[in-house]
Ligand binder design. Structure first.
Ligand code: SF4
Ligand code: SF4
Length: 364
């Protein structure tokens, strides 16, 4: 195992202010009326109380009252989300990979190999920027408002693929079933990697559904796994937005990857399919705005999350409609290469994309 880093990583535009997990939509909506956490949050944020109370009054995700409730997909999704908390790691698999690690020359290569064997479709590592660590916990009541202290220097980040054949039915219940499936898969991989690194005598922490100390999309971008789209979701090289992200932070020494350009940012300047297909106009049709010290596209999170509660699913239209999310095959691989190296063709490629797949998302 190597004990020194040899590369200085390139970096991405870094915001000038941390995010507090308590302010994220999922954390806000996790507050229960008249509890200490509820009273604390809305005494500090009175302007959000009325709209959050309204969203809270809508049926929960996966509820039978949701427009796209489906007894099969919705119930299976509920079971998967509930079981994430109780995932137990296969000790035989951990021991097998610990042996592999002990004979390896590169920690990073062996971690990438293990994550890939466990089902990841993209793997990268980078330094952990303090700014990408949430300031306070907010998602769960038991540790609400705890200050987050994470002293790990490195983060290993990976992607799991959302199945094309499920995503093409967005916003029906197929999408939330597939989300649950992949959140579960990402949690298994993250917890297995965490167990392996701990067994080697290093510190590590798995970051998975509802248990994130860190903001994953910018970290994945810094680790070379893709770019951020107008839909405010990671666009990965081969899978577009059809991915979920998982990570393990650690004090194990890793080699760092560099950010990549796949031409997304330029393509999003001409393409607005996600914004025009969004049922709640939550995505920006205009240019980027200046947010926390960087230029980025913005999302009206209340609009987005309200329709999730109405549908009873996590919508997914902006993931599925994106031209980068088309089925992974040689034809789309070639198109992605043209987008990457010949931006001059972006408008014509968009023209044909709209001709073949439509200008806006049609529910199937
Ligand atoms: S998930 Fe649906 S509602 Fe939310 S931004 Fe995407 S398209 Fe719009
Ligand atoms: S749909 Fe178009 S604008 Fe939206 S993220 Fe994908 S490429 Fe960018």
């Amino acid at each position: 195992m190597r004990i020194f880093n040899i590369k200085n990583p390139k970096t991405i535009p870094i915001p000038n202010q941390k995010v507090d997990e308590r302010d994220t939509m999922f954390a806000r909506i996790a507050r229960t009326l008249n509890t200490d956490a509820y009273n604390h949050y809305y005494s500090n944020n009175p302007n959000l109380k009325k709209k959050d109370d309204h969203i809270r009054s809508l049926p929960p995700l996966l509820d039978p009252k949701g427009k796209y409730y489906n007894v099969d997909h919705s119930e299976r999704a509920t079971q998967l989300f509930d079981s994430i908390e109780n995932i137990s790691i296969n000790e035989k698999i951990v021991s097998k990979y610990v042996k592999l690690f002990k004979n390896a020359k590169s920690n990073t290569k062996v971690l990438k190999r293990i994550a890939t064997e466990l089902g990841a479709v993209g793997v990268g590592s980078t330094n952990l920027e303090e700014i990408f660590i949430y300031s306070h916990k907010g998602r769960l009541d038991y540790n609400y408002s705890e200050k987050i202290k994470l002293e790990h220097k490195s983060v290993f980040v990976f992607l799991v693929e959302m199945d094309f054949n499920q995503m093409r039915h967005s916003p029906k219940a197929n999408v939330i079933f597939e989300s649950a499936n992949q959140y579960y898969q990402a949690a298994v991989i993250a917890k297995t990697l965490e167990a392996i690194v701990l067994k080697l005598g290093y510190d590590a922490k798995a970051h998975y559904d509802a248990h994130y100390d860190i903001i994953l999309p910018p970290i994945a971008i810094q680790a070379g796994l893709g770019e951020l789209g107008r839909n405010n979701i990671l666009i990965a090289d081969k899978y577009g937005s059809r991915v979920r992200i998982g990570a393990v932070t650690t004090n194990l020494i890793l080699d760092y990857d560099n950010p990549i350009s796949i031409g997304t940012a330029r393509f999003c300047n001409v393409c607005k399919k996600c914004a025009t297909s969004c049922p709640t106009k939550a995505l920006s049709i205009n240019n980027k705005s200046f947010v926390r010290g960087i230029y980025k596209w913005t999302t009206k999170v209340e609009n987005c999350y309200s329709i999730w509660r109405f549908y009873g699913t996590d919508c997914g239209i902006c993931m599925a409609v994106c031209p980068f999310s088309h089925r992974t095959n040689w034809f789309h691989y070639l198109i992605r290469k043209v987008v990457k190296f010949f931006p001059i063709f972006n408008r014509i490629l968009l023209f044909f994309d709209e001709l073949i797949y439509g200008k806006k998302w049609q529910i199937k």
